[in-house]
Design a protein around this ligand. Structure first.
Ligand code: IMP
Ligand code: MG
Length: 169
């Protein structure tokens, strides 16, 4: 498999995102909400690169099954009763492809009336309609490849690779 981003490139980018978020949220309490499972490594690195008062929570979303195409149906599993009311939420995603997963999550969080809501994704696929009407932090913009590693899987494999690689069929 061809490497798209090396471990070093990824960690540099995560530090960069962490510094931007640190500046933007000075003196504010942040609730980082990780979207499982794909964001688990990005989440851990990002959380440690933000200076400040951070709480963490997770949500699980599934839409791909064993395919490289979104099924179009997103299933949300909450880890427990989450309380977003009065909190500054940053949703942490591994990658935005069709944006369906994020839409579903955002719809849910907004109904809980947080103080503010933003999204931080490591990867975003180019030329995909991004109809998100809120603050979006992103690491890298990529072509329409299916990528694995650094948390991202194909059929539950490759999540623990240190680099991000392009899956070759
Ligand atoms: P979306 O709902 O189409 O935006 O898809 C978002 C979710 O699908 C991400 O959170 C990933 O878990 C998964 N996904 C999308 N593209 C890829 C990819 O290229 N590799 C691995 N997982 C992906
Ligand atoms: Mg995901």
């Amino acid at each position: 498999m061809k490497t798209l981003f090396s471990e070093v490139q990824i960690l540099e980018k995560v530090e960069e995102l962490g510094s931007i978020i640190t500046k933007d949220y000075q003196d504010k309490e942040i609730l980082l909400l990780g979207v499982l499972k794909g964001s688990f490594l990005f989440f851990a690195d990002l959380a440690r690169s933000i200076q400040g008062n951070i709480q963490i929570q997770f949500i699980q979303a599934e839409s791909y099954g064993s395919s490289t195409q979104s099924s179009g149906v997103v299933k949300l599993n909450l880890t427990k009763n989450l309380n977003f009311h009065g909190k500054h939420i940053i949703v942490v995603e591994d990658i935005i492809d069709t944006g369906l997963t994020l839409h579903k999550i955002i719809e849910y969080i907004e109904s809980e009336k947080p103080l503010s809501l933003a999204v931080c994704t490591l990867l975003i696929k180019k030329n995909k309609a991004n109809s998100l009407d809120l603050k979006l932090y992103h690491g890298f913009e990529i072509e329409d490849y299916f990528v694995v590693g650094y948390g991202l899987d194909f059929n539950e494999n490759y999540r623990c690779l240190r680099d991000i690689k392009i899956l070759e069929n």
